[in-house]
Design a protein around this ligand. Structure first.
Ligand code: PRP
Length: 222
């Protein structure tokens, strides 16, 4: 497919991929047709740009692929970058897509009798144990985190934990499961992330892509 020194761009599978595709186009990147084929099991794709290939990985793994240099660049949620916080990663650009928020939620029938300002110790089910602990430590609350990989919204009803920390976009998932937002942890959006060492050794190529993505974002917002 590509020469050994080709550049690899890691993209997150799932809902963000649809938002990323037009941005790629504006940056001048056209993936091979199989990329748009929802049924394909292919994970690596060539592009119209010589030496640039795209890999599709779990959204939580983009930061890891880039940090270890397996991919030179990637598109990662700020939630993922915050949770993993690899010093090898540099995220110079907010892509303005994938906007949502990281929130603490609890059952609607608990809200009236609960005051977040009085919490001293809480149990939380979450995909984000590090970010959750850091958030609560900063305000003097001890958080016991139960790590889940999805469907956190089930945890309160099944007695796993009274509260959850999860991404909220439209709020439909919380509502459908009888939960309400009680505290905000962070606003989230997708970022362009690059491997610092790769940027240092290939500044023209990778710096060039940062510029092209910046122009693509500015074009989208104009
Ligand atoms: C995310 C998140 C919530 C839901 C929020 O899950 O974990 O469950 O979206 O969106 P809403 O506020 O618009 O309802 P996703 O569908 O990405 O799947 P996941 O459980 O695999 O993370």
């Amino acid at each position: 497919m590509d020469s050994a020194d080709g550049l690899v761009l890691a993209l997150p599978k799932g809902r963000i991929l649809k938002e990323v595709t037009p941005l790629l186009g504006r940056a001048g990147i056209e993936p091979e047709p199989a990329f748009a084929d929802g049924k394909s099991r292919q994970l690596r794709f060539s592009t119209n740009v010589k030496g640039l290939s795209i890999v599709c990985v779990r959204s939580f793994d983009v930061a890891t692929f880039v940090a270890f240099g397996a991919a030179h660049m990637g598109v990662a949620g700020s939630d993922v970058l915050m949770e993993f916080d690899y010093p090898e990663n540099y995220a110079p650009l907010d892509l303005g897509i994938g906007r949502c928020r990281l929130m603490i939620a609890e059952p609607a029938d608990m809200v009236d009798s609960d005051d977040p300002a009085r919490w001293s110790h809480i149990a939380v089910a979450t995909k984000y144990p590090e970010s959750t602990r850091r958030h609560f430590a900063a305000r003097g609350v001890q958080a016991e985190c139960i790590k889940l990989n999805g469907s956190m919204e089930l945890a309160p009803a099944l007695g796993l934990s009274r509260r959850i920390v999860d991404l909220v976009d439209t709020g439909r998932t919380l509502k459908a499961n009888g939960l309400v937002e009680v505290e905000h942890i962070a606003d989230v959006s997708s970022r362009l992330v690059v491997n610092r060492a790769a940027l240092k050794t290939r500044p023209e190529e990778i710096g060039g892509w940062i510029d092209r993505f910046r122009e693509a974002v500015d074009g989208a917002q104009a």
